[in-house]
Structure formats: C-alpha cells, structure tokens
Design a protein around this ligand. Structure first.
Ligand code: PHE
Length: 342
C-alpha cells in the first residue's frame, strides 16, 4: 500500500511540473494522452488499486480520485485557453472594416427644429396642439360653416359618427391650435404650432394622408398685413437662402380675411415653367392672412381692439422644394440611401 500511495504523491508533482510547461494546444493534448486517456498513467494506477486489500483501498482510492479530479479541472481550463475556437486570428488586417449606420434625426424632425429656431429668434413661442380634435376647434371656431366642403367625409378622418356626443376627428390642419391658444390666453399672443395633420387623400407623389404643418399666429393691437409679409419674407430667406424669390398671391380661407398664399420659385425649372409647377414657375408653400373678426368673436377677443395675422405651411412640400425631392413618399419609405443625405 505504501508503494502505491508514494506513487500517487510522485505523480502529483510530475503532473504539476508538466502543467507548468504547457503553452499550446499540441502539448496540452500530449498531456491529456499521458495522464487522462484510457491508457494514461492515472488509469493505470486505478488498475493497480484493484489489487490492494480492501482495508487500504479506500485511503489510496480517495487520494487517486482527488488527483484525477484536479487534473481534469486544470485540463479543461487549459483546453478553453488553447482551443482553436477561442484563438483570435487576424486573417487580413488590411480588409475594410464593417460599416455601421449611425442613427440621425429624420429630415422632417430636422426641418421642424430649423423652422422653430427661425421663429423663436423673432419672439414666437411654441405651442403643442392636439392631433385628435373636435369639430368645433377644427372647423366651427375657424369660421368654417357646417356645409363647407372641407368638412366632407372625403377629406376628414372622423373618429365617431354624428350624434348627441361631440364629434371627434384627426385634425386636418394645425389651425385649431390658433383657437386653443386664444382660448387660453389674452393678447398679445405670438406662437407657432408644429405638428402632424391628417387628410383622407388619394396617395400620390404630391400628397399623403399624414403630413406636417407649422401654424403661426400673432395677435396684438395694430398688427398689419405688412408685418405678415415682412415675417414671411424673413422666414423664406432664412430657410431657403438669401436669394430666394417669393410672391404673395390672393387666396381664400374662411378664417382669414384678406387671405393669401406664398409661392417660392420653382426649383426644377428656375421659374421658367415645367410640369411640377404646372407651367407657372412658382410653387405654393403656405396659406396666410389676417385673422377673420368672426374668429375673434369665437374666442372672446374684441375685434375692435385687436388685429392679427396667421399662416400655415406644409413641411413636406417646403422640404421638397428646398432639397429637390421629386416624390413626397420618399420621406416615409425609410430608405437609408435617401435619409443618409440629410
Ligand atoms: N390651415 C390652412 C391649410 O391647411 C392654412 C392656413 C393657416 C391659412 C393659417 C391661413 C392661415 O391650408
């Protein structure tokens, strides 16, 4: 028995010194064959163990088992260290790396932020309206009578049918924001209302069922049409560049009187006339006008004391002109090749 116990002790130190020189997968494998394989040294000692007396078998067996377990544990950890799988090899350090697309703000968000900055610089505050509105704020209080075509089912997404309850809808423009602001504060007010609008439109290269507008409203004593024109000129120069040509054309909106539309020169034909501008040389970007006295009556402002102007611009339209985007749908297809350019 003494002999075998001594052999186990000797084996232990032999294993230890062998472990110290292992430095790659090859000599680790040799180590495994020498000690841990079926015909390895540890197993051969187990064979010898069988010949011992039962009285001493237990003690030597215990030592031998411990040695086997420790050796296996060390082997496993070295295997992980040296195995092919975890070895890190650089095949060709000159290969180009992977290209990741880093997220940026969407073009529409960037434009809204630009527009907000332009108006904040001249004293406008930002008001967040509601995307779900009621008929009163979207139409009635904006002096749009009951049988006005804009209220038609074909244009407006109604959320409930007519009944004794209030009728809700998805706002068709940001103008109800004007009413909300005037209801909640007295003049002077100078705000812009950016946000999403919805119309039940046939989808085409020029229109979508969801789009963005920025509304503007300025009410005080003695506000004039001239100030409206000056503000819009300032905006166009800041947004499109100093050399942009604009024109103001008479128009009609039920909540402004007089009303106008602002056109900028057509980017495609340099105002010479083409299909995009329908041979006029101009593209419309916003509607505007002096707030109709009837609207002031709805919100409780005295039209004898106050005047004001309002405007509402379409963001997608405006961006199509600034960046020469040929199809409005490109804003929402999320094609990385398009978005990356901004
Ligand atoms: N709300 C109008 C539209 O959607 C635009 C507008 C806003 C016109 C404010 C005049 C004043 O077309």
């Amino acid at each position: 028995m003494k002999d075998l116990l001594k052999k186990v002790e000797e084996l232990k130190s032999e294993i230890e010194s062998d472990i110290n020189v292992i430095n790659n997968a090859d000599n680790l494998e040799q180590f495994r064959i020498k000690y841990l394989s079926r015909k390895g040294i540890i197993n051969s000692l187990f064979e010898e163990l069988k010949t011992l007396d039962a009285s001493v078998k237990a003690q030597v067996g215990k030592e031998l088992n411990l040695l086997k377990r420790d050796t296996e544990t060390i082997y496993q950890s070295l295997l992980e260290k040296y195995s092919e799988k975890t070895e890190f090899k650089i095949e060709d350090a000159t290969l180009p790396g992977r290209i990741y697309n880093i997220g940026t703000k969407h073009l529409i968000t960037q434009a809204l932020e630009d527009i907000i900055k332009i108006f904040v610089k001249i004293g406008f505050k930002v008001y967040d309206g509601f995307e779900i509105e009621d008929e009163y704020h979207n139409f009635d209080a904006l002096n749009t009578p009951e049988h006005h075509p804009a209220r038609d089912m074909q244009d407006t997404f109604y959320l409930n049918s007519e009944g004794k309850d209030k009728r809700y809808l998805l706002r068709t423009h940001t103008s109800p924001g004007q009413i909300r602001v005037m209801e909640s504060q007295s003049p002077p007010v100078r705000v812009i209302v950016p946000g999403k609008c919805y119309r039940n439109e046939a989808i085409s290269s020029r229109s979508l069922a969801m789009f963005h507008q920025v509304e503007g409203l300025y009410v005080d004593k003695g506000v004039t049409f001239r100030e409206l024109k000056g503000t819009l000129d300032y905006f166009a120069k800041e947004f499109f560049g100093k050399n942009i040509k604009t024109r103001l054309r008479p128009s009609f909106f039920s909540f402004t009187e007089p009303s106008g539309e602002l056109d900028v020169e057509c980017y495609l034909c340099n105002s010479k006339g083409c299909r995009v501008c329908k041979y006029t040389g101009w593209l419309e970007i916003l509607g505007c006008g002096m707030v109709d006295p009837n609207v002031f009556e709805y919100v409780g402002y005295d039209p004898e004391i106050y005047t004001g102007y309002a405007f509402g611009m379409g963001i997608e339209r405006t961006l199509m002109i600034r960046h020469q985007v040929p199809d409005i749908r490109m804003f929402y297809e999320n094609d990385i090749r398009f978005l990356k350019q901004f």
